[in-house]
Design a protein around this ligand. Structure first.
Ligand code: LLP
Length: 431
C-alpha cells in the first residue's frame, strides 16, 4: 500500500516528532487527564470566527454560533468575548448561553418544537428573536406575549425548498423536511403578523442544511429568502435582520480538501441578497455557523487498547467509542486519524478498522483506514471532533463522560472533568 501523507493543520502539527495542539504536546494532555479526552485549540476557534467575520464584512452582521455543535461553557465564553451571538434550540441552551456571557439581544431561538414554557422563558429573557416555524406556534407565541405583557420579536423561518446536496440527515431545506414554513404559508402570515400588537417582525430566516459542499444551493436559497424579505418590507415590515442559517463547512482533516473557504460562502450570501435587492445597510445579516467555528478546532484523544486480526480484517480497538463520537456510526462520517508520534515518511500503511469497546458492530471510528502500524498503548488523535462530539455523547454501556481540555498557546486547561461513578445513577431511585 502506498504511503499517504497524514494531514497536519496549523493547530495540530508535529513538533520534534510529537503531535501538538498549538504548543502543548497531546501526550502530555493524555498523561494529565487520561483518555479518551477532547482537546480544543482556542486559536483555531478564534481563527474560524474571524474568517466568517471577514467573509461577511460587506454588511453589518451577527454571527450567532449554533451552540448545539459544542456547548462547553469555556468555548462559549471565548466566542461571546469576540462579540459572537448564539443560536439556540432549547431553553437548556439558552441557560448555557446566558451563563457563558452571551447578551440576550445576541441570542436567537430556532427549532420546530418549542414548548410553551420555553417560549415564556425566552420572552422573559428578552432574546433578540424567536424563529417561528409553524402556524400553531405563532398562536402560542401571541398568547405568551399577552401573558408576559409585551410584544415578542420573531423571525419567520421559511423552507426555501432547495436541495443542499449534503447528507440526508443534515439537510433541512427541502419541502419534505420538517423545518421552516413553506413560502406560500409564510407569505399568508405576513398581514396577520404585521397587524398583531403582540408580535414584532424582526427577521426572516432559513437554514438549508449543514456541511455545504458548494456555495450554489446557498446562493439559490438566499435569493429566495431575500425575495421573501422584500415581500415583507413591501407589506410594511420594519425588518431588521435576514438570518441566512448555518451550513458553513469544516474539513475533518481530509487530505484533499474539497471545501471552498469561508469567503466563497460569504460571496454567495452577498450575491443572493443583492439579486433580491435586500442588501441594505439598515438590514443586518445573521448567520448560524456551528461546526465551522469549532469542529476543526477539536480532536478526540484516544489510546489503543488492543489490536487483532480476525478473518481478513485488522482491528485497532481504542478506548474512544460511539459514545464519544457517534458521527461515523450515524452518518458514515470521515474523521482523519493522526498517530501522536510522527510516523516515518516512508512507513507502510495498512488498512485497519478502528473500533471502540461498545457492544455494537456499528461502534467504529473508521473502516478500512490506511494507517501506519499502530501498537497496543499508542495514542491517536481523531480530527474534526470539536463539533457534535462531546455534545452528542451518551453514557451507553455505563461509560463515563470524557473530559475536555482547552489549549491556548503553551497553556492547557481542563474545562470539564471526566464524570465519576455518581453520574452513572444520578437521578435514579433505587427500590
Ligand atoms: N442553524 C440551524 C437552524 C440548525 O439546525 C443547525 C444545525 C445549524 C444552524 C448549524 O449547522 P452547522 O453550521 O453546524 O452545519 N449532528 C449533525 C449535525 C446536525 C445539525 C443540526 N442543525 C452532525 O454531526 O453532522
Amino acid at each position: 500500500m502506498s504511503n499517504v501523507h497524514i494531514p497536519e493543520s496549523p493547530w495540530f502539527s508535529y513538533r520534534d516528532g510529537a503531535l501538538t495542539c498549538e504548543e502543548v504536546s497531546l501526550a502530555s494532555v493524555a498523561e494529565e487527564v487520561d483518555t479518551p479526552a477532547f482537546v480544543y485549540s482556542g486559536g483555531a476557534i478564534d481563527e474560524a470566527y474571524l474568517s466568517i467575520d471577514d467573509a461577511l464584512s460587506f454588511a453589518p452582521h451577527l454571527i450567532a454560533y449554533a451552540i448545539k455543535a459544542n456547548g462547553n461553557l469555556s468555548v462559549l465564553a471565548r466566542l461571546a468575548s469576540q462579540g459572537c451571538g448564539a443560536d439556540i434550540v432549547s431553553i437548556g441552551e439558552m441557560l448555557r448561553a446566558l451563563k457563558a456571557g452571551f447578551s440576550p439581544d445576541h441570542i436567537i431561538y430556532s427549532g420546530v418544537g418549542k414548548r410553551r414554557e420555553e417560549i415564556v422563558a425566552a420572552a422573559r429573557a428578552g432574546i433578540r428573536a424567536l424563529h417561528v416555524e409553524n402556524v400553531q406556534e405563532l398562536d402560542v407565541v401571541e398568547s405568551v406575549a399577552q401573558e408576559v405583557g409585551r410584544p415578542i420579536a420573531i423571525g419567520l423561518r421559511v423552507n426555501p425548498d432547495v436541495d443542499a446536496n449534503t447528507h440526508p440527515y443534515i439537510a433541512t431545506g427541502l419541502r419534505e423536511s420538517k423545518f421552516g414554513l413553506a413560502i406560500p404559508v409564510a407569505e399568508s402570515l405576513i398581514p396577520r403578523v404585521l397587524r398583531s400588537q403582540d408580535l414584532e417582525l424582526e427577521a426572516v430566516a432559513c437554514h438549508i442544511g449543514s456541511q455545504l459542499e458548494s456555495p450554489r444551493p446557498l446562493r439559490e436559497a438566499i435569493e429566495i429568502l431575500g425575495n421573501f424579505a422584500r415581500h415583507c418590507i413591501d407589506e410594511g415590515a420594519n425588518l431588521r435582520a435576514i438570518d441566512v442559517g448555518g451550513g458553513w463547512p469544516m474539513h475533518y482533516g481530509k487530505e484533499v480538501d474539497p471545501y471552498p473557504p469561508a469567503r466563497v460562502f460569504g460571496e454567495a450570501i452577498r450575491e443572493g441578497l443583492e439579486a433580491a435587492k435586500v442588501l441594505r445597510p439598515e438590514i443586518e445579516i445573521i448567520t448560524e455557523p456551528g461546526r465551522a467555528l469549532v469542529g476543526d478546532a477539536g480532536v478526540l484523544l484516544t489510546r489503543v487498547l488492543y489490536t487483532k486480526t480476525q478473518g481478513d480484517r485488522r482491528f485497532v480497538i481504542v478506548d474512544a467509542a460511539m459514545t464519544e463520537l457517534i458521527r461515523p456510526a450515524l452518518y458514515g462520517a470521515y474523521h482523519a486519524i493522526m498517530p501522536i508520534t510522527e510516523p516515518d515518511a516512508d512507513a507502510d500503511l495498512v488498512p485497519v478498522d478502528v473500533v471502540g469497546p461498545v457492544c455494537e458492530s456499528g461502534d467504529f471510528v473508521a473502516r478500512d483506514r490506511p494507517l501506519p502500524e499502530v501498537k497496543q498503548g499508542d495514542l491517536l488523535a481523531i480530527r474534526g471532533a470539536g463539533a457534535y462530539g462531546r455534545e452528542m455523547q451518551s453514557m451507553y454501556n455505563a461509560r463515563p463522560l470524557p473530559p475536555e481540555v482547552l489549549v491556548d498557546g503553551s497553556r492547557s486547561r481542563v474545562v470539564r472533568r471526566r464524570s465519576g461513578p455518581e453520574a452513572l445513577w444520578q437521578g435514579e431511585i433505587l427500590g
